[in-house]
Ligand binder design. Structure first.
Ligand code: TUI
Length: 323
């Protein structure tokens, strides 16, 4: 602790649950969240996450083993519930005895049934009160309440409105996500009742992130209105940076195109952006906070600065807002 007074939120229900120094989890970003990034976050005192996404089983196994070789600290795997390989992912996570799992893009009932009896810590990412209540009843250890400021596949409620509704609705710890990239966002999340934060986009722009350099530069160069949500009509809205691909998605909206057209247009586009650096026709998933991210820095520095800044803000706040 740098300060003699004030709350030490580095030691709370989330750090105790996860066995880490800071209550911060890395978002489970498909294609982006590999062993290198996950290990960097865990080595920095947070919880790194490998995104299983649609990875073939042998690749996921290799990433888990690679992360183990890069860090002795706890890390987790994110399970994307819409993936066709979800059953394989659950089996591998169990076999490899991964201690922590986050889930997204669907109901995590299967994951909770399979992994809770084995002692895995399961933290579903949810975007509504009903989902939070349901997963708490099903045995979730905590929830990530993700507002629609987040990048990628999103719900409809903002972080500011969602987080306090979730903290009122459940007893388990709430981790806030969506629009958090610095100590101000973290302090705000704690003010709303969260006991931890999940950060995605900020970790794209790290030294250790293996995404294509053009992707990092696109996020660094983003402005306040660089984001757009595509695919609302498909029921799977996705937030990304505006480019030729998103203009084409808007065209499909105007034409009232069938859902298959969206699927055809979107296929393989996240990989094109992350791996090949295609900033024109790739899907450059990124959150609304992209505009606040102005540099590419070491992961551990980012984590330390977020919590130093949040502590300073929370300690100095009374003198600033009261007269
Ligand atoms: O999952 C995410 N973000 C993602 S997943 C992803 S891969 C993808 N790409 C294109 C289309 C769809 C997926 C990219 N970004 N965030 C967590 C999150 N989960 N946000 C919203 C939800 C969610 C949605 C529905 C969680 C639960 C849920 O439940 C539905 C139900 O049946 O209750």
């Amino acid at each position: 602790m740098k300060h003699d007074s004030g709350a030490n939120f580095r030691e709370n229900r989330v750090t105790r649950l996860l066995g880490c120094e800071y209550p911060i989890i890395q978002g489970g970003m498909a294609w982006v969240a590999d062993a290198a990034l996950a290990a960097a976050v865990s080595n920095g005192g947070g919880i790194g996450i490998i995104a299983a996404a649609n990875m073939p089983p042998h690749l996921l196994e290799a990433e888990i083993q690679k992360a183990r070789s890069l860090t002795g600290k706890p890390f987790g795997v994110n399970i994307m519930m819409m993936s066709s390989t979800v059953d394989d992912v659950i089996r591998i996570v169990a076999e490899q005895e991964v201690p922590i799992v986050t889930t997204g893009a669907g109901s995590p009932g299967k994951v909770l049934d399979a992994l809770k009896p084995r002692g895995t810590i399961v933290i579903p990412v949810i975007a509504s009160v009903a989902q939070a209540k349901r997963v708490e009843k099903q045995g979730a250890d905590a929830v990530v309440a993700e507002g629609m400021e987040a990048g990628g596949h999103i719900g409809e409620i903002t972080t500011m409105a969602l987080v306090p509704q979730i903290t009122d609705a459940v007893e388990i710890p709430v981790i806030a996500a969506g629009g958090i990239a610095d100590g101000r966002g973290a302090a705000a999340a704690f003010a709303l009742g969260a006991e931890g934060i999940q950060v995605g986009t900020r970790f794209v722009c790290t030294v250790e992130s293996t995404v294509h350099p053009a992707y990092k530069e696109a996020v660094v160069g983003a402005r306040d209105r660089s984001n757009i949500i595509t695919g609302r009509v498909t029921g799977h809205p996705v937030r990304c940076l505006k480019n030729k691909l998103t203009a084409k998605f808007e065209e499909l909206d105007r034409e009232g195109a069938p859902i298959e057209e969206y699927e055809k247009l979107g296929a393989g586009k996240l990989r094109a952006a992350v791996v090949e650096g295609d900033m024109e026709w790739g899907s450059v998933m990124a959150g609304q906070i992209s505009a606040l991210i102005g540099d590419i820095r070491p992961t551990a520095d980012i984590i330390r600065d977020i919590f130093d800044e949040a502590e300073r803000i929370l300690n100095e706040l009374p003198g600033k807002v009261y007269r």
